[in-house]
Write a protein that binds this ligand. Structure first.
Ligand SMILES: [Zn+2]
Length: 392
């Protein structure tokens, strides 16, 4: 058998930096065989400056929006952002596929090995089949008007079944609390049982205002779109408790953004989550800065018992789909969070959220997690010059 033996300035194994800085031994396909001291590694050890880490997991992306790079105005707030995406997203399918292929190549080269990807159509199917990234497809359902629930559900179920038949790990998920009617929730909820689900959660301050009092920019949005909102009685609670019980049978729940999530929401989650459920809080900070110019309170969120993960969101609200760029931005806003913690969010935690930890996320024997080299770090911290690349 051919062995690949790798050693760098430091090794992060998915959970922690290994003090002894061992040599990583894999087979030529990248299956991890062992971590051993250099004195026992024998000949042919390839040495690098930098940090070795398992492949990154991008827990939240919309590959199908890659063609919108640079087209959507920054810092307008969520409602204007959503309206711009809806108005701008229609391009020739070939152009959309080209942009997706480029974006996928960049993700692969920078060390992303798995993606939780939101899908509103089937355009990404052929692109994904040609790449090396492992995807979990979240077929997204939306429709605030109760009258369209049946039609929207039927269309999404068709996409869901097509992806499943293609062999993709796939689930059907709600877009956001404010864009799914109770009727539509009722139709998709049976599909959550034992599956991985995700939802855009508390991305704008007006989301809570909408559920507490029925006011704010989301109420205005429906007025603007000509949707009669008179059926809606605000439940008088914040956004999260208004919908979370629908997920009571899901196995893994990824709450995305959480920019305006507060201590009472976290306390509610702690009381409500079942013992056998995993809740992940997905941080997409560069998208939050792009859209709302705000960042989530990571001091608060990272002290919670929930699984912290990282996502890039799409190229409609980001400059690149690059996990290391996300970690640099988090480090710039929250310098007290260690690189060891951040790398855990981006590797094993992400794999767990997508239920891919059996093969990805850490340097454990038998896994094939990919090997990433992070260069240009300084005293255990990322710098503006830090880069990541997949080396195995
Ligand atoms: Zn998103």
């Amino acid at each position: 058998m051919e062995y690949v033996k790798l050693k760098a300035g430091a090794l992060f194994d998915g959970v922690r930096f290994r003090e002894e800085n061992p040599v990583l031994i894999a087979d030529s396909r990248g299956v991890i065989l062992d971590l051993v001291p250099e004195s026992e590694a024998g000949e042919g050890v390839q040495k690098y400056p930098g940090i070795l880490a398992p492949g990154f997991v991008n827990a939240h992306c919309h590959l199908e929006l890659s063609h919108l790079k640079g087209l959507i105005e920054e810092k307008t707030g969520l409602v204007d952002f959503v309206c711009s995406v809806v108005a701008t997203r229609h391009f020739e399918p070939e152009k959309i596929r080209e942009a997706m292929t480029d974006a996928q190549h960049q993700m692969e080269a920078s060390g992303i090995v798995a993606v939780g990807d939101i899908c509103n159509n089937l355009l990404s199917q052929s692109v994904k089949s040609e790449g090396t990234i492992r995807y979990h497809n979240f077929v997204e359902v939306s429709g605030w008007n109760p009258a369209v629930a049946g039609m929207r559900f039927d269309k999404s179920r068709e996409f869901y079944e097509t992806f499943k038949n293609q062999g993709f790990s796939t689930s059907m998920v709600p877009h956001a609390p404010y864009s799914v009617s109770r009727e539509l929730w009722g139709k998709i909820a049976p599909y959550f049982s034992q599956s991985v689900v995700s939802i855009h959660n508390q991305e704008t301050p007006d989301e809570d205002a909408f559920f507490l009092q029925g006011t704010g920019s989301l109420a205005n949005l429906y007025e603007k779109m000509g949707i009669d909102n008179s059926f809606f009685t605000p439940p008088g609670v914040s956004s999260l408790p208004s919908y979370f019980p629908y997920f009571s049978r899901a196995a893994s729940i990824i709450l995305v953004h959480n920019t305006f999530m507060g201590a009472p929401d976290l306390a509610y989650l702690e009381q409500t989550v079942e013992k056998d459920q995993r809740v992940s809080l997905c941080v997409c900070m560069r998208a939050n800065l792009y859209i709302e110019d705000r960042v989530p309170d990571l001091d608060l969120l990272s002290r919670s018992p929930f699984n912290m993960v990282v996502g890039t969101d799409s190229l409609s609200s980001n400059y690149e789909l690059d996990i290391l760029a996300e970690l640099k931005t988090i480090q710039a806003h929250f310098p007290q969070i260690s690189l060891e913690k951040l790398l855990g969010w981006a590797t094993l935690n992400g794999a767990r959220a997508l239920q891919m930890e059996g093969g990805l996320g850490s340097f454990e024997r038998g896994k094939r997690p990919g090997v990433v080299l992070i260069e240009n770090t300084e005293e255990g911290r990322l710098t503006s010059r830090s880069v990541s690349k997949k080396i195995l």
